[in-house]
Every structure is written in C-alpha cells, then in structure tokens.
Design a protein around this ligand. Structure first.
Ligand code: FDA
Length: 308
C-alpha cells in the first residue's frame, strides 16, 4: 500500500512542490543525490573513483513540459560531458528520454539525443537511456535501436526491467542487435496485466535474464547487472563462474548512497562496480522512487526527526 502511495506521489505536481520545499525532504534527498550542480557530481565521482568505483551520472529531470525545457536538459548534459572529459573522471552518462521531450514530440527527443551522442562521441563517453514506465518501453527501445544504427556499437545502451513479462523477448532482441543492456528489477507502478506483481516472480525472472546477459558476453557484449539484492548478485557470481565469464566481462551497478558496503566488497573481490550518481534540482520523483523501494527509509527519517 505504502509503496503504491509513494509511487503515486512521485508524479503528483502538488506533492512535488510541497516536498521540495520541506527542509526534512532536502535532508532525505542528500542521502541519494550527489548535489545540485555539475561540480557536485564531479566531486562525488572523484570520491567513488578513488575507491576504484566507476560512475554513471544522471542530470535529474523527467517529463519536461516544453521544448525549451528539453533543450535546456540537453545543454545540462553537454555541460556535464565536457566537465567529465576535462576532469578525467571515470564515468559515463544515464538519461531519461522524457527529460528530452519524449512526451511532447518524438522527433524533438531524437534530435536532443543526437546532439548529446555527438558530443559524447567526441568525448568518448558512453550514453545509456534509463527505462521509464511501460508507457515508454516501445518508444525507448525503438529510439535506442535507431541511434545504435546511426552511431555504431558501444555508444548507446538501454535498460531492461525484470518485472515486465515482455522483458525476456526484448532482451533477446537487444542481444541479437548487439546493444548493451543494464538489467534492473523495475521501479514504476505497473499493473499485473503486464508486470509480475510478486517479488518472488520478479527475482526469478531477474535470475533468468542474468543468465541470458552473461551468456551473451561470449560474443563480446558488455552488460550491467544493476541491483543491491545480494541474492541476485550471488546468482550472477555463481553463473559467471560456472560459464567461465571473467569479472571484467560485465559490471555490477548500484545507486548512489545505497549499500556502499556491498559496493566496496565487490570491488575488493575483483568485480567491476559502477554507481549511478544523480545530481540536480529536480530530485523529487527520484527520491520518491527510492523511498518506495524501501519504505523503511521513510520511517528512518521520520523517527530521526521526532528524536531531534
Ligand atoms: P530489492 O528492491 O529487492 O532490494 C534488495 C535490497 O537492496 C534491499 O533489501 C535493501 O537492502 C537494498 N535497497 C534496495 N533499494 C533500496 C533503497 N531505495 N534504499 C535503501 N536500500 C535499498 N529502475 C527502472 O525502472 N529504470 C531504470 O532505468 C533504472 N535504473 C537503475 C540503475 C541502477 C544503477 C540501479 C541500481 C537501479 C536502477 N533502477 C531502475 C531501479 C531498480 O529497478 C530497482 O527499483 C532498485 O534497484 C531496487 O531493486 P533491487 O534490485 O536493489 O532489489
């Protein structure tokens, strides 16, 4: 119930305004968000790199309402790409297509992606499009395929969500097209008609999809397994061992501020780890999804407030 409520609130404009202006919420956001500026993001990436952890940076924002906002988002990405290249940090970029105008006009969104990819190519930086709710899955896949054809392999990748019934088919097609994939469980509110409602089934599907991903590394594909779930990580490690997939043939990914102990442990064990580093002022929906994943976070902050 609470998860559903938090996910509903994540796209309610009135709640966005109220929560973004509440001091406690800002404090909560600081746990999951690296800061508000591109320089804050670079500082967070440097700190991760110092611990041999790579990063993928997200300039927060989604569902822009005007083409000017989409163009401003693009400018934000061009800026961070330049800063990443100039500072020499080890990182790539994650972005959302609705931040680049997918809700307004697919052609506008494609145009923004082309500008970002052209700069990223100059800077030799990989771009991954996050996967948003199922309203966008078909369009996100088709845009990614198109850009992959235009820009060539290893410049653009996508995300697959294990909670969707369709994901195994999507993943097989992406692998056949040689597109790099990040596998996650899925963070949006989806109906049982299209998504597994129980965690047990999502986890079982996640393990099935891990196997497909790891098998495809034999053809030189490089994918990401994005989870904080130790059972999923263990399943990946065991399958990789069994199939002789070396640790440098794939990577684990986790979110900024979540399970830092596990991030460090995997690095110490010789695995590649990349942390998703979000920054910017548009942190509200991102924060709500993080609370929905683990409502205990909400109780933790509320009890902290009461004790003060
Ligand atoms: P699960 O939810 O089962 O959690 C396992 C354990 O991890 C928990 O018991 C807890 O210890 C810890 N944990 C998980 N979430 C936490 C939180 N918010 N706070 C504190 N602890 C937490 N989704 C999507 O739909 N589209 C996308 O593009 C992406 N992109 C993405 C990138 C990266 C790098 C990651 C790690 C995740 C995403 N996600 C995503 C989010 C993903 O779909 C999922 O919602 C979260 O990763 C939580 O699921 P877990 O796999 O961690 O397992």
């Amino acid at each position: 119930m609470l998860r559903r409520l938090l996910l509903y609130l994540s796209h309610a404009a009135w709640a966005d305004w109220m929560i973004r202006h509440a001091p406690l919420a800002r404090q909560m956001a600081e746990r999951f968000v690296a800061g508000e500026t591109a320089d804050d993001a670079i500082a967070a990436i440097r700190a991760l790199n110092a611990e041999k952890i790579n990063a993928t940076v997200d300039h927060l924002g989604e569902h822009v309402k005007t083409s000017d906002d989409a163009i401003r988002s693009t400018a934000g990405y061009l800026l961070i790409l330049d800063k990443m290249a100039n500072s020499g940090v080890e990182a790539n970029v994650s972005l959302k297509l609705t931040q680049l105008g997918l809700d307004l006009d697919e052609a506008l969104c494609l145009d923004q992606m082309r500008k970002i990819l052209a700069r990223a190519n100059e800077r030799r930086i990989f771009i991954r499009t996050d996967m948003e709710s199922s309203l966008y899955t078909d369009r996100a896949l088709s845009i990614c395929r198109r850009l992959h054809r235009e820009f060539g392999p290893d410049h653009v990748g996508i995300v697959i969500q294990a909670y969707l019934y369709r994901s195994e088919n999507d993943l097989r097609t992406l692998i056949a097209d040689r597109i790099r994939v990040r596998l996650c469980k899925g963070a949006y509110r989806e109906p049982p008609k299209i998504a597994y409602p129980s965690k047990k089934d999502v986890d079982a599907n996640y393990v099935r999809l891990i196997r497909l991903l790891l098998d495809s590394t034999a053809d030189g594909l490089y994918h990401a397994i994005a989870t904080h779930d130790e059972k999923m990580i263990q399943a990946a490690v065991e399958y990789a061992d069994r199939r002789h997939v070396a640790p440098e043939q794939f990577e684990f990914q986790m979110l900024y501020g979540i399970r830092r102990d596990l991030q460090r442990r995997l690095v110490a064990e010789g695995y590649r780890v990349r942390v998703y580093v979000p920054y910017g002022t548009e942190w509200y929906p991102y924060l709500m999804r993080r609370l929905a994943e683990r409502p205990a976070n909400l109780w933790f902050f509320l009890s902290h407030l009461i004790r003060r």
